[in-house]
Design a protein around this ligand. Structure first.
Ligand code: NAD
Ligand code: DAU
Length: 339
């Protein structure tokens, strides 16, 4: 049997990195190609344990670089593409939208052209629930795959634009695609600019935790390994052209999340500092994952087990996040929180 080639874009980042590990270990007969530009959010130290494996390969390339991407696809003839690479932080998109359009919109279009040129078996586009906009606080409302796209931030607008391009390449050229739209992930190697790792790292250093507005905004948290199994399932069994929402019914207010972390670490809630709200801050996200569950997916973590494991991971892997927050991150943090 010929070995299948799976291209994973953004495999040096948080979710893509976890997915690369998952695939390299689960499918020794697949060749996993990690393609990443290594922006501020990408790092390869997380792959030290697999870098000598025969089925793992790394390439430093910008997905928006047509001149690099098209010949690469022609040479390697990938069977599958799982596309994570993106600028992913909402706050950064508010201060600099242009980079999000180039990476997320143009980058996706270049990959779609390349996938079409070589006739891939499937292109899985990893998107986000943020493309649906926001829900109000009525606990009986959820995002389904039919919810209209109403993105509110430059980040979610760039992701929604990329989703529409993926759909257009399916409708126009018959490119075999799936789109997944996942809720907030958390777990190992989450970059410490995002709420959960930012809170863990700051609480461990006895530093104030900035909570936007009144802290009542709600997010629907999913452990990253449950996201990886969902993508694996969609890659293998997803019906061509379909969208699948991914989420585990784990809604929490931001304040609940921050307090859980503080209490687990035995620190004082006085570390909480309410700061100026995020512009256009979406009130609530909540996913209805029925369609994916009908395909056979079931999450394995509750929020309680997942957050306990994650806090443990950050305690055991201090050198990873300490090296990040001691670098250029400090300038970002001072600017973002106007210190
Ligand atoms: P991340 O910021 O941790 O990682 C992104 C990776 O993409 C980095 O390694 C970066 O170097 C790479 N990258 C950025 N621009 C690139 C370019 N032009 N060319 C090649 N590589 C580039 O992001 P993440 O949180 O792991 O998110 C991965 C994907 O999942 C994104 O598409 C995001 O929209 C989506 N998503 C994230 C979440 C979440 O909670 N983090 C939830 C749903 C969907
Ligand atoms: O819903 C999926 C999305 O989840 C992904 O598409 C994005 O890539 C990912 O970054 C995430 O977006 P959020 O904006 O929801 O995540 P973030 O961790 O930035 O913020 C979570 C909540 O916490 C949000 O309501 C804003 C709030 N927050 C965030 C930060 C960084 C704070 O209160 N203080 C903070 O310092």
């Amino acid at each position: 049997m010929t070995r299948k080639k799976v291209l994973v874009t953004g495999g040096a980042g948080f979710i893509g990195g976890n997915f690369v590990q998952y695939m390299v270990n689960r499918y020794p007969n697949f060749d996993i190609y990690n393609l990443d530009l290594l922006t501020y959010a990408g790092d390869l130290t997380k792959h030290k344990n697999i870098e000598s494996k025969d089925n793992y390969h790394f390439m430093k390339v910008n997905i928006a670089d047509h001149h690099a991407i098209i010949p690469l696809f022609e040479q390697e003839k990938f069977d599958f593409v799982v596309h994570f690479a993106a600028e992913s932080h909402v706050d950064r998109s508010i201060s600099d939208p242009g980079v999000f359009v180039r990476a997320n919109v143009l980058g996706t279009q270049v990959l779609l052209d390349a996938a079409r040129a070589v006739g891939v078996t499937k292109f899985v586009h990893v998107s986000t629930d943020e493309v649906y906009g926001e829900l109000d606080f009525d606990p009986d409302t959820f995002f389904t795959e039919e919810t209209p796209l109403q993105p509110n931030s430059p980040y979610s607008a760039s992701k929604a634009s990329s989703d529409l391009l993926v759909r257009a390449y399916y409708e126009t050229y018959g490119l075999p695609v799936n789109i997944t739209r996942c809720s907030n992930n958390y777990g190992p190697y989450h970059f410490p600019e995002k709420l959960i790792p930012l809170t863990i790292s700051r609480v461990l250093n006895d530093e104030k935790v900035p909570v936007y507005g009144d802290g009542r905004n709600i997010r629907d948290w999913l452990h990253v390994l449950d996201h990886c199994s969902a993508i694996d399932l969609v890659l293998h069994d997803g019906e061509i052209g379909e969208v699948y929402n991914v989420g585990g019914h784990n809604e929490r207010t931001n304040l609940e999340v921050v307090k859980t972390i503080i209490n687990t670490l035995g620190k004082s809630e006085n570390l909480i500092e309410f700061v100026k709200d995020r512009l256009g801050h979406d009130k609530r996200y909540a996913i209805d994952p029925t369609k994916l569950e009908l395909l056979g997916w079931k999450p394995t973590y509750t929020f309680e087990t997942g957050i306990a494991d994650t806090i443990e991971w950050y305690l055991e892997n201090k050198e990873w996040w300490e090296q990040i927050i001691s670098g250029e991150y400090q300038g970002y943090f001072a600017k973002q929180y106007s210190l």
